[in-house]
Design a protein around this ligand. Structure first.
Ligand code: ZN
Ligand code: MN
Length: 489
């Protein structure tokens, strides 16, 4: 960083929890549907309607909290966060304030700085503090259409109103834009992995905000921070933070004031720009939601959720390295996605060959999946099919090139390895009687070469091998051919 400055970054993530229904009513938690189709008196905020907490939100919230190293609080309180906005029909959001669902977490992520070309340097662990993860409802969505000043209309779609969110807030522990980038990707993958959230930024079911300030190294106090909002992708977020760090350092060095404000990323002009200043800051007048009981979770409940937790990606990576003797790079590619990791583990066990399983999955399978836009989840080849192919390869029935060809055919047709090997006539001939007969014929037909070979032209051995392979349509097992030829010549 520029001469003696350091960046101070804290992150806030809103992740939509992957429930079927909304947090306080039975409406479908689906906002791609016909506008306002999934609404009822509760999520429309009609007077007298009463919220009822969706138990599944607590389940998924608990999983998320545990996967991020947070402590689940025995009692948490829902509070009203009061503000007016057209997409918020009640005039308040039900959130949590001074008694959140979970708090005080310690999380270790892997992070690396990138050079100009985007290449990552050394990956190093970074331990950060997560202050809290609380549960709350989402607001609706305003939709603006038409040309300004001509026929501009604004609509309100309340399908999203009342969908459940987990808000994850870190301490200001990040010192670079890439650390924040790796953190958000870590959170996305873990939440997807445990099934707590789809965590898809493009669909808006994971949204992040960054609080950014800078100070001279050695300073104890924080300087004024700027909040970056409406960041549509992790990469935009990283760019926005990077720009903001440089902008603030330049301002401080020029003796200008950095104002406390909310800024947006303008990707077209590759800069942040002001959205609103601190003067617009809300006083939310939080108070406990009188229509909901305190949320009490028992130690038994927490134990049950712990027992249901799948192995997390970082733990799986370490285990793949030790159990299957894989390199860190191979193991980390395999655990990039849960379905792929599970596919690998099943194939490694069924084939009893973890090395070749990894080669096939990281090579052939990944290539075919990418080309066809599929994921390991909908792979036409099952891990059992792949294991069968690997076993066939190991018996010497087919060679490496043939196995790769069979693999592609399996992927495209969904047929088993055996079927394709038969169809293609790939079966190697290893039977010495059959090969012996072919060799006899080749010797018979090429008497001149036999004489020359016997007179010392040893190079002709390759010629005979070639002739035998040709006569067998490439199916003869080369090892057996060599052995018998040597005897017969
Ligand atoms: Zn509803
Ligand atoms: Mn929030």
């Amino acid at each position: 960083m520029k001469n003696g400055w350091e960046a101070i970054i804290g992150m806030e993530i809103h992740a939509q929890l992957a429930t079927e229904t909304k947090i306080f009513c039975a409406c479908a938690a689906n906002f791609g549907d016909e506008p306002n189709a999934n609404t009822c008196p509760v999520c429309l905020g009609l007077p007298g309607a009463l919220p009822v907490l969706n138990e599944r939100v607590v389940d998924l919230g608990a999983k998320a909290a545990l996967s991020l190293g947070l402590n689940i609080n025995g009692t948490s309180i829902f509070s009203r966060k009061n503000y007016f906005y057209p997409d918020l029909p009640k005039g308040y959001q039900i959130s949590q304030y001074d008694k959140p669902f979970s708090s005080n977490g310690t999380l270790t992520i892997l992070t690396a700085e990138r050079d100009e070309s985007g290449r990552a340097g050394d990956w190093k662990p970074l331990t950060i503090h997560i202050e809290r993860m609380h549960l709350e409802e989402d607001a609706g969505k305003n939709v603006h259409e038409g040309l300004p000043e001509v026929d501009k209309y604004s609509y309100i779609d309340l399908n999203r109103a009342g969908t459940p969110l987990a808000e994850i807030v870190t301490a200001p522990d990040f010192r670079s834009s890439w650390q924040a980038y790796d953190y958000v990707n870590h959170i996305r993958r873990v939440l997807q992995w445990i099934g707590a959230s789809d965590a898809d930024m493009e669909k808006g079911n994971l949204r992040c905000e960054a609080n950014v300030s800078v100070r001279k190294i050695g300073e104890k106090e924080f300087r004024t921070k700027v909040e970056l909002k409406n960041l549509n992708s992790v990469r935009f977020m990283q760019k926005a933070i990077e720009f903001e760090i440089k902008r603030q350092i330049a301002a401080h060095e020029a003796g200008e004031t950095v104002n406390q404000e909310t800024r947006l990323w303008d990707d077209k002009n590759q800069q942040t720009r002001i959205m609103r200043s601190k003067e617009d800051a809300h006083d939310y007048r939080y108070f406990p939601e009188p229509d909901l009981q305190p949320l009490v979770v028992s130690a038994d409940f927490i134990e049950r959720v712990k027992a249901e937790m799948p192995e997390l990606p970082d733990a799986m990576l370490e285990r793949f390295m030790s159990d299957y003797d894989l390199s860190r790079s191979d193991a980390s590619q395999l655990v990039s996605e849960k379905d792929l990791a599970e596919f690998y583990e099943r194939a490694a066990k069924a084939s009893n060959n973890p090395r070749i399983s990894a080669n096939y999955i990281l090579g052939e399978l990944t290539r075919e999946l990418n080309n066809s836009g599929k994921t390991a989840f909908d792979s036409p080849i099952s891990s059992e099919n792949l294991a069968e192919l690997i076993k066939t390869l190991e018996t010497g029935k087919i060679n490496n090139n043939q196995a790769r060809e069979v693999f592609v055919e399996m992927f495209n047709s969904g047929k088993s390895a055996d079927e394709i090997i038969k169809e293609k006539g790939f079966e190697q001939i290893s039977d010495s009687d059959t090969i012996g007969k072919i060799i006899d014929e080749v010797i018979e037909k090429n008497q001149n070469q036999v004489t020359a070979y016997k007179n010392g032209n040893e190079k002709l051995f390759g010629f005979f091998v070639g002739q035998v392979m040709k006569a067998s349509n490439g199916k003869a097992n080369p090892k057996v051919v060599n052995e018998i030829l040597k005897k017969k010549l």
